[in-house]
Each structure stands twice: as C-alpha cells, then as structure tokens.
Design a protein around this ligand. Structure first.
Ligand code: SF4
Length: 289
C-alpha cells in the first residue's frame, strides 16, 4: 500500500466535495471503478487537513473511496466534520459494517446527514454475484435495516443501485424490494467501462437503452414516494417526456466526450457528454434528440 505524500494522483484535494478516506474494501465488486487504483493509507490528521481544504470551497462533504467504514477512526472524523458547520456531510459505503447494531449506533450518533449505500441486487444470488463475496448481501441488508431503525428523522438514507448487464432485467424487482423496505431516495447509476480490469465489458456493461424502460417503470410507479436520480444516463437516451430525469453531472470529465447531437441539444449546459469507453462499446445509435 502506498503511503500518502499529500498529493493524490487520482484527484485534486479540495476541487470536489469528495474525500477519499478508505484504502481497502471487504467487497470485490466486478464493476468497481476504483479496482485498478492504488489507495494511499491516510492518517487521521491527513484526512482532517483535507476536510479543512474542502470546507473552504464547499458546504457539503462526503467520505468515500474503497470502504470508509473499515477505518477505525471514522466516527472521530465525522465528529470533526460536524464541528466544521457543513450544511450536510455523509459517507458512501457498502453498508456491511452497519449490520453490527453498536457500530450503526456509533456512526449515526455523529449526526451525519446522509449515508449512501451501494447495492447491485435484491437477493444474495444477484448481489453477491457482483460483489464476489458470499454473504455480502445479507450483511448489507442487515445494515440497511439497522440504519432505518436507528437513524434520526432528518438523516437521509440514499440507495445507490448500480446497473449492469447482469442485473438490469431485474430492476423492477430490485426497485420494488427496496421501496417496500422503506428506502425513499434511490440513485440508479449506469456502470461504465472505466475499470481496466473489466475484460469482457459487454458481459458487465449494459446498453443504456435496454435499462431505460425499467427506470421509467420505477419512476412512474414510485414517483410520489421515492426520489430518483438516474446517474450517468444522458437526457438523449430517454423519451422526451422523461429527459428531465437525467442526472445533470456538472463536473467536466476527461473520460467523456461530446457527440454530434450535443451541438443542438437543449441539455448541453447540464450535461458533460458520454463516456468514450461506452461509445466504443455500443456506438451512438441509441442517443436521439
Ligand atoms: S448534451 Fe449531448 S450527450 Fe448530453 S443529453 Fe445532449 S446530446 Fe446527449
């Protein structure tokens, strides 16, 4: 494991509200975009300094990167962040550590305002086939239940559903399952071929237009009770009346490119284009304005 020298090659500290706090993970998700990166081990003090830098530029912050709940000092870091008067602060996690009730209580006692939990299925067969760890679904589900049980009213529990070629056909069942569980915020994100270790990309990366009917179905069914964001799906992959559901990613990304349609697209100001690797895989035909 590389020791941090304060200059992380993969992101510029303070340029985004995200702080890479974790340096290893207890899942091995086959879609993980961090799988081929090396994460430095950061000390508590180093992360606190990053938090201070982020505070100059943002009023919200998220601890992420690999699995931040595997840090022993996570509660200390969150308590430090609480003292910095961010408007909201949260973590992104696979949720497994929250299966331990005392751990869940300890983290939620820091008064963080959002926990984002990532899933790839609604049962062990589907979820564990993505995480490559047997038993991970059962732990994540127990973690979600503990968060729902112990969280304060104002804390947001966000479910990040990752869409792949292996699970897109089950999106109706996945959305139903978590809506019934009590999840009220779902970000449904399309997995892109960003991880160099994905060899057979078409076996893992879904075609966006194949997944879109399921997203529309979920939105139509739960629009009154669940807040949806469809992440990485550009507006031009939706029928006209659903284009506003596209999540407007405002961060310029060198791995994305513009297509011809962008020149006359009403959404160009809110959209940063489409992943080049995705276009290499599936072409341009499914995008229309
Ligand atoms: S700006 Fe380009 S990629 Fe984005 S929605 Fe419009 S046409 Fe699609």
């Amino acid at each position: 494991m590389k020791k941090n020298n304060g200059q992380d090659a993969y992101y510029t500290i303070g340029k985004s509200p995200f702080v890479y706090a974790g340096h290893y993970c207890n899942n091995r998700c086959l879609f993980c975009f961090e799988a081929d990166r090396e994460f430095p081990v950061k000390t508590t003090e180093e992360i606190k300094k990053e938090v201070d830098i982020v505070r100059h530029n943002f009023d919200f912050i998220n601890l992420m990167g690999q699995e931040p709940t595997l840090r022993d000092d996570l509660a200390e870091l969150l308590n430090y962040i609480r003292g910095k008067n961010f408007k909201w602060f949260g973590i992104t996690t696979n949720g497994r550590m929250f299966a331990y009730p005392n751990y869940a209580k300890k983290i939620l006692a820091t008064d963080l305002t959002q926990v984002g939990v990532t899933v790839a299925g609604h049962n062990s067969r589907l979820h564990d086939a993505h995480t490559l760890v047997k038993g991970s679904f059962e732990q994540t589900l127990a973690g979600l239940k503990n968060i729902l049980r112990f969280k304060k009213e104002r804390m947001g529990l966000l479910l990040n559903i990752m869409v792949t070629r292996k699970n897109f056909k089950y999106l109706k069942e996945i959305i139903d399952f978590y809506a019934v569980l009590g999840i009220r915020e779902m970000n449904i994100g399309h997995i892109m071929p960003l991880n160099k270790t994905i060899k057979n990309s078409k076996e893992i990366i879904a075609k966006m237009s194949d997944a879109v009917p399921f997203l529309i179905w979920g939105y139509d069914k739960y629009r009154e009770s669940v807040k949806f964001l469809f992440v990485e799906y550009p507006a031009c992959v939706f029928p006209k009346e659903y284009r506003r559901l596209s999540f407007p990613c405002l961060e310029e990304n060198p791995q994305k490119t513009r297509i011809k349609l962008c020149q006359k697209c009403d959404y160009a100001g809110h959209c940063t284009g489409i992943s080049k690797a995705y276009l290499n895989l599936y072409g341009y035909q499914e995008f229309k304005i």
